[in-house]
Design a protein around this ligand. Structure first.
Ligand code: ZN
Length: 205
């Protein structure tokens, strides 16, 4: 509004000035100049304010301005987080116990993230979940850095829930598992204390 008004005033004033006439030093010119300067200063401030905000702050301001002018509720703008996934969710979904060449064909970013995580694991000894040994069901996973440093699964028992470090024995287990709807086999190494070794071989004795 102010802008249009100023513009019309400039045009009107310009029409009143004759080509040979020197600009008047009257109060009207002075006020017009002040208004222009004021507008310019205001625009400069607004621009500076916008630049100083980060993208999200700016977004919030625009949304706020939109609601101020057009009405509505902030709830209408809130995005749904229902489909949001963390990196961990993505890794979990795309994780493989062992990657082969086929798995690495046509990689997307989700697969690449899972593969990157996989590459960081130490694939020598496994950590075992023996809690369902009586049903002949075992879970195996690779160790991560912390466990390698502490010696878990190598210098202490590889059973997830056991910290025994005496009388450890190495086992090689043919681990059959189903992953992404596919049955696979892997030969894994395991270090277990006598008691946990007994659990592992419960069905073989
Ligand atoms: Zn043990």
């Amino acid at each position: 509004m102010v802008f249009i008004f100023t513009l019309r005033k400039i045009v009107e004033d310009a029409l009143l000035i004759k080509p040979f006439q020197k600009p008047k030093q009257g109060s009207v010119v002075h006020r017009q100049f002040a208004t222009e300067e004021c507008d310019r200063e205001e625009a400069r401030k607004r621009r500076f304010h916008l630049i100083s905000m980060d993208a999200y702050e700016r977004h919030k301001k625009f949304v706020h301005d939109y609601i101020l002018y057009y009405g509505g509720k902030i709830e209408d703008f809130r995005r749904s987080g229902a489909n949001d996934k963390t990196d961990l969710d993505v890794i979990r979904e795309n994780h493989r116990f062992l990657w082969n060449e086929e798995d690495e064909a046509d990689m997307n970013w989700e697969k690449r993230l899972a593969k990157k995580y996989y590459d960081k694991l130490y694939k020598e000894y496994c950590i075992a979940d023996l809690s369902r040994y009586k049903e002949n069901k075992f879970g195996f996973r690779w160790r991560h850095e912390k466990e390698v440093i502490s010696g878990k699964g190598q210098f202490s028992c590889g059973n997830k829930h056991c910290d025994e470090n005496e009388g450890l024995k190495s086992w090689e287990v043919n681990f059959g598992y189903v992953e992404h709807g596919e049955k696979r086999n892997a030969l894994v190494k395991l270090r277990l204390c006598p008691e946990c070794s007994h659990k592992l071989n419960f069905h073989h004795r």
